[in-house]
Design a binder for this molecule. Structure first.
Ligand SMILES: NC(=O)c1ccc[n+]([C@@H]2O[C@H](COP(=O)([O-])OP(=O)(O)OC[C@H]3O[C@@H](n4cnc5c(N)ncnc54)[C@H](O)[C@@H]3O)[C@@H](O)[C@H]2O)c1
Length: 337
């Protein structure tokens, strides 16, 4: 089955996810959709110092939006912030330093943000990683899961009350077409059973983001949720995490602006928010979140089990006493399985 899924996915990718795929899709784009001013609206973008996140931040800043960049490294964040201010002429660009793999820090940041700001119109969960060796976060979670799933879950959950108070609120999560080869697995969220394959763990996390988006959409009708695939894009993440793929695809990879296009469209365009909440997008269109005949649909019980496990894990981490959390053992000990 996984050979079938991988083959269909790759053939799909060569056709649709490349630069040529973007150019073909873009022939149907309405050019005036992004001809908007978003002065007075605020946007939070994780991983905004590089690749798709930076291109998204730039596009929003150029249209007058207030941009909150959430980045791991202060120097890289400041450098990107200066570029965005210089090129867009918009000074409403702020850098917040948070490591999205550190669940407690993510929660602290979100709570501080809610105290400091009275509104947030759009949250863009873009930061992501593909770590090939099994490593644990400061909270004892497997690193890919901590960043791609738990970080997204805790940040979004914590900001939902603020988003709900704001006008035309939206949450966009940058997933990956790679998730199409994965069925949601609920028995090994920490990937500590059997052989560890970072590419498959990443793809599983990206499937989890799609499931989360569907569940959030059901539970929060006041907010428009979407999740998307940017295509295959020439970014530092692809160059470093998948060097062979990067080399093989070369010029066929999309530019960062092409990869960011659907994120920007989902974040800014009036029409995009009229679509049903909770859908998976590619090149400005909702597309199926499953390959045909791939048996990747989950039962409602599995989805429920996944959501309860996330909630339980988050509660366990966030209720840990500070001393225990800071103990040298906490970074190496698998506390949650
Ligand atoms: N490039 C592609 O072909 C492609 C394809 C599918 C999905 N994506 C997704 O697009 C998103 C953006 O990636 P990109 O390709 O632009 O790569 P990138 O390396 O340019 O950007 C990733 C960003 O995430 C940030 N990040 C990673 N771990 C973090 C952490 N723990 N805390 C805070 N920030 C963290 C990085 O610092 C960087 O700013 C990711 O979610 C990725 O999975 C990319």
């Amino acid at each position: 089955m996984s050979l079938y899924r991988n083959t269909v996915w790759f053939l799909n990718g060569i056709h649709y996810y490349t630069r040529k795929g973007y150019e073909a899709a873009a022939k149907d784009f309405e050019s005036q959709h992004l001809n908007v001013s978003v002065v007075g609206r605020s946007f939070m973008i994780t991983g905004a110092n590089s690749g798709i996140g930076k291109a998204t931040a730039m596009a929003i800043a150029k249209r007058g939006g207030t941009v909150h960049m959430v980045c791991r490294n202060r120097d890289r964040a400041e450098e990107a912030r200066e570029d965005i201010i210089y090129e867009s002429g918009n000074t409403e660009v702020y850098a917040h330093i948070v490591d999205m793999s550190e669940t407690r820090k993510v929660k602290e940041f979100a709570e501080d943000f809610k105290m400091q700001y009275s509104s947030l119109n759009v949250l863009i969960n873009n930061a992501g990683c593909m770590v090939h060796k099994r490593e644990l976060s400061a909270d004892g979670l497997e690193k890919n899961f901590a960043t791609n799933t738990m970080g997204v879950y805790v940040l979004t959950q914590a900001l939902i009350p603020l988003l709900q108070k704001s006008r035309d609120p939206r949450v966009i999560t940058v997933s990956s077409g790679g998730m199409l080869v994965q069925k949601l697995r609920v028995d090994d969220l920490q990937s500590d059973k059997g052989h560890f394959d970072g590419v498959m763990v990443y793809a599983q996390n990206k499937r989890q983001q799609v499931v989360l988006t569907q569940q959030w959409a059901k539970a929060n009708p006041l907010i428009h949720f979407s999740v998307m695939h940017p295509g295959w894009v020439d970014t530092p993440a692809v160059a470093t995490s998948m060097p062979q793929f990067h080399q093989m695809m070369g010029d066929r990879l999309r530019s960062v602006e092409q990869g960011a296009d659907t994120v920007v469209w989902l974040a800014l365009c009036r029409v995009s928010a009229r679509s049903r909440s909770g859908q998976f997008f590619q090149d400005r269109c909702p597309v199926p979140a499953h390959l045909p005949l791939a048996w990747t649909h989950s039962s409602p019980e599995d989805v429920q089990r996944f959501m309860s496990q996330l909630e339980t894990l988050a509660k366990a981490i966030l209720s840990q006493p500070e001393e225990e959390h800071n103990s040298p053992m906490s970074a190496t000990r698998p506390q949650f399985v």
